[in-house]
Structures are given as C-alpha cells and as structure tokens.
Design a protein around this ligand. Structure first.
Ligand code: RRO
Length: 311
C-alpha cells in the first residue's frame, strides 16, 4: 500500500528496468517503487538513439525495453519498499494476460506486491495507438480487468497510467467510465506522445525511431500535467469518485511538487529529473517541499491538497 509519510514514487520508465536499478531505488529515499512497464516476455525495445534530454526536458522512444513480467515478479522478493509493477502488454489481450499472471503470483506467493500500475498510454509502440485515447476500448479493458480481479482474494491496489488529455470534455468522459469500476488510483500524465526535439546545429532529430518523434517529458509537459491532475480532481470531486491521483510531469523542485498538490495530487512521480539526477532527487525535492510547507505554516498536506484558487 502507499506509505502515509512519503508521497514520492519514481515514474515508470527511467532507471527501473534492471535489478541494479531497482535495488538502487530500494536503497534511496523514494517512498514507493514502480517497475519499468513490462510485457509478457523480455523485449529489447526500439533502435538507438532513443532517449535525449536538454535543460527543458526529454524525448524518448524506448519502445518498452524490459526484462519480461516474471523478472518483475521475482524482484518483489528483493524490494522492501512498497512495490508497484507497471504492466503494458503490446495489446489489450497481452496486458490482461499479464494482469492475471501477476494476480495468480500474488495469490500463491508470500511475497508482497502492493499495486499494479496498468499503462494505457505508451506512445512509442510502432504501429499501435494508446488505449487511453480510445474510450470504448478503455471501458471494455476496465470491465475485463476487474472481471479477472474478482477471481482473486488477495487484491493489490489497481491503478492506470493515463495519457495527457487536451479537451475538457474528455476528463468528463474518462471520469464517467472510471466511476463504474473499483479503481484505486490514476497516474497522470504519461509523456506527451509524438513530439519532436531537433538538434538544429546538425539538422538532425535527437532520437532515431519513428522518424525522430517520441514521448516528451520534463518542463515541457508540466502545464499539461498540472491541468490533467486539476481537471481529474475537479471531476472526481463533483462526481464523488474516490480515486487517488498520482501527479507526474515536470517535477524537478519542491515548488513543482507543491503545485501538483494544490491541483489535487495525492502522490507524485518523478521521471525526467530522476533520470538526470539519480535517486538523490527524491530527498532533495522532498526537503524543498518541506521548506515551502513550513514557510506557509502548513502542518498537513490535506490543508493544501486541491486548494488551488481560481483568480
Ligand atoms: O518504453 C517506452 O517507450 C515508454 C513507455 Br512504455 C511509456 O509508457 N511512456 C514513454 O514515454 N515511453
């Protein structure tokens, strides 16, 4: 389950694929750990170069490189912090098959897996769209997923990683779909899909797959991340939906974390900045957040959560 006293997680993606990377996280001051999104079998991912960052953010087209779902199940024996396995099959059927395998594993092993973050928003699988942008498919996916879950008695937290939405009525549609299911949390946002960063001196793209386009993270996406958290928060409040919100996108200092909390985030994930700075970012950002909270005489996060005021 989520820890009460540490709201920070790593974002699934950077530095959470191998055993060394996951142990590095386990030895850090991150609150909970999320694995790299896994497929049924190991994958090497897209062609290199496939990741680039500058001082404004990142672009990636990793293409789901991972060690296969079994590896991430076994890692649960070596991780002492709350541990979330991120799942992203290459299609809905594969993804549901992994969900079922993970639930079976949890049912029959003593090991502790606290949650599943099911990824509905990988922008980089060549030739495939994102489930999170197809509302009919998403609804059917939830139905199938929770039908599987009913068969098991040990239930981890179930959450979904969503793509960024850009139309206000989409938050309404997605909230109405989610209202029908016992979803514990959503993570918003995944990278903004199919952006392009150029090395203008060389007249070249910065990454190779898909003619240079990929998922954008970092400062570039913070306004979109804040807006997605805020709009889901407002929708959930209006509709009395009790789904926790994990904010993600461009958090690199205490002020960013504070802003996400004002928008209604319950927990926070760090991706691009974690890639840049490694695990020390979790301690630094949480200390910076504490300074802001102390300065504003805030004793509990509940005093600011969702308290953004409209001018
Ligand atoms: O591996 C990736 O290319 C990737 C994934 Br699964 C994701 O969810 N988001 C992203 O930006 N890259």
């Amino acid at each position: 389950m989520f820890p009460d006293n540490n709201i920070f997680l790593n974002a699934s993606g950077p530095k959470c694929t191998t055993q060394d990377e996951l142990i590095n996280l386990n030895n850090s001051q991150v609150g909970s750990i999320v694995s790299k999104s896994c497929t049924l079998l190991e994958r090497s991912g897209n062609e290199e170069p496939r990741y680039y960052h500058n001082n404004m953010g990142s672009i990636n087209s990793m293409g789901l490189p991972n060690l296969g779902h079994k590896f991430y199940l076994e890692m649960s024996k070596k991780i002492s912090k709350p541990y979330f396995i991120s799942i992203a099959g290459l299609n809905c059927d594969e993804s549901l098959e992994i969900v079922e395998k993970v639930l079976k594993y949890i049912e029959t092993n003593e090991t502790k897996i606290d949650g599943l973050e099911i990824n509905l928003s990988c922008p980089n699988i060549i030739g495939k769209g994102q489930i999170g942008y197809d509302f009919e498919v998403m609804d059917k996916y939830f139905l199938d997923c929770f039908t599987i879950l009913k068969k098991y008695s040990k239930k981890p937290l179930i959450g979904f990683k969503l793509p960024p939405y850009f139309e206000i009525h989409h938050f309404d549609i997605v909230s109405d779909i989610m209202k029908k299911y016992p979803i514990d949390f959503i993570t918003c946002i995944n990278s903004i899909g199919n952006g392009l960063i150029i090395d203008f001196t060389k007249k070249k793209t910065c990454i190779r797959p898909k003619y240079g386009v990929g998922g954008i993270g970092g400062d570039y996406v913070k306004p979109t991340g804040l807006s997605n958290v805020w709009n889901f928060y407002l929708n959930f409040k209006k509709k009395n939906i009790k789904i926790k919100i994990i904010g993600c996108g461009g958090i690199k200092k205490g002020q960013d974390a504070y802003e996400y909390l004002l928008c209604g985030a319950d927990y926070l994930q760090i991706g691009t900045q974690f890639y840049r700075e490694d695990v020390v970012c979790f301690k630094r950002i949480s200390e910076e957040l504490k300074i802001i909270l102390n300065y504003n005489k805030i004793n509990s996060l509940e005093e600011i959560r969702g308290k953004l005021e409209v001018i």
